[in-house]
Write a protein that binds this ligand. Structure first.
Ligand code: URA
Length: 294
């Protein structure tokens, strides 16, 4: 008879390791895949992913044992590197830089990103979220990563925080046709967890090339992950926000305004005061840019 507590233990274990979504109709049997790949690999390493005698499941009252780390060779023949040890950030980053660097247009860059397998987040995401808005716009906004709605629709900032962002932009006379928007990561982290440094490092060359191709006059970093990544700084967003700094783009410095993330504003409505100041600062800079180019 099936013991319900075993099932609950197994579910809890999956949630703990970040498996909170089903991505296919049929489960992938990693034990068989890794054993086959290990048999093919010319390695003296112990049998990969060998399953413990109890089948690897949970025993009542005890968490299920975690599988032993798999040697990288075990993932040969699968589309991704070992998810426990994603392609060394630098290895993925080097591959991303080479592919992104070959793109001469946004369409080519999007195609290269969709074909890139160096970031394990791609495996759990439903869609690659590239960008939205007008690539000719003066200002390019960069958020953190797609959430659930964005992952489903394949567009950035279409969920609840996107709707707040749209209202904020409307206050200074902007809509999606007057801005361009993307994220640090094009794939949703499972359960909306924070991105890891390895994931950011693997995808960053695509964003850098994205900015180089769009050549925005102004940048806005939405939230701490975006601000820290683009400015290469350690301070939190509450310190960085509201101060224009230069983003070091391939074609020369681009003024960048760090702002509070709309999701943060939803949780902390009192912070909308600061966000409003930042929106006015953005409007003023945009007016200055427009005046210079007229
Ligand atoms: N939060 C982000 O940072 N980006 C999105 O696209 C949606 C929510």
């Amino acid at each position: 008879m099936i013991d319900v507590s075993d099932i609950l233990d197994a579910l809890r274990w999956h949630a703990d390791i970040g498996c909170d979504e089903a991505i296919g109709d049929t489960p992938l049997d990693w034990a068989t895949l890794t054993a086959r790949a290990a048999a093919r690999a010319p390695s003296t390493a112990p049998a990969a992913g060998s399953v413990p005698a109890n089948g690897g499941g949970a025993t009542r009252g005890q968490p299920a044992p975690r599988p032993a780390p798999r040697p990288a060779a075990a993932f040969a023949g699968t589309p991704f590197a070992d998810p426990a040890q994603p392609l060394g950030a630098s290895e993925a980053g080097v591959s991303a830089r080479a592919r992104a660097g070959e793109a001469r247009t946004l369409a080519e860059l999007e195609a290269a990103l969709r074909a890139f397998d160096g970031c394990p987040l791609k495996a759990t995401a439903m869609n690659t979220v590239f960008a939205d808005g007008n690539p000719e716009a003066t200002v390019m906004l960069v958020g953190e990563a797609p959430g659930e709605d964005e992952d489903r629709q394949g567009k950035p900032f279409v969920g609840v925080s996107g709707r707040l962002l749209d209202r904020m932009l409307a206050q200074i006379g902007l809509d999606r046709g007057a801005i361009y928007i993307t994220n640090i990561l094009p794939w949703r982290p499972p359960g909306n967890r924070s991105p890891t440094q390895a994931e950011i490092a693997a995808c960053l060359p695509f964003l850098e090339r994205h900015i180089a191709l769009v050549k925005p006059k102004l940048l806005v970093a939405l939230g701490g992950v975006s601000a820290k990544t683009l400015l290469n700084r350690a301070e939190g967003i509450t310190r960085l926000r509201g101060q224009w700094r230069d983003y070091d783009a391939a074609g020369g410095p681009v003024p960048l305004l760090p702002m509070l993330h709309p999701a943060y504003l939803l949780r902390n409505p009192i912070a909308k005061r600061e966000a409003w100041r930042d929106m006015l600062s953005l409007r003023q800079r945009m007016n200055e840019v427009a005046a210079k180019s007229s």
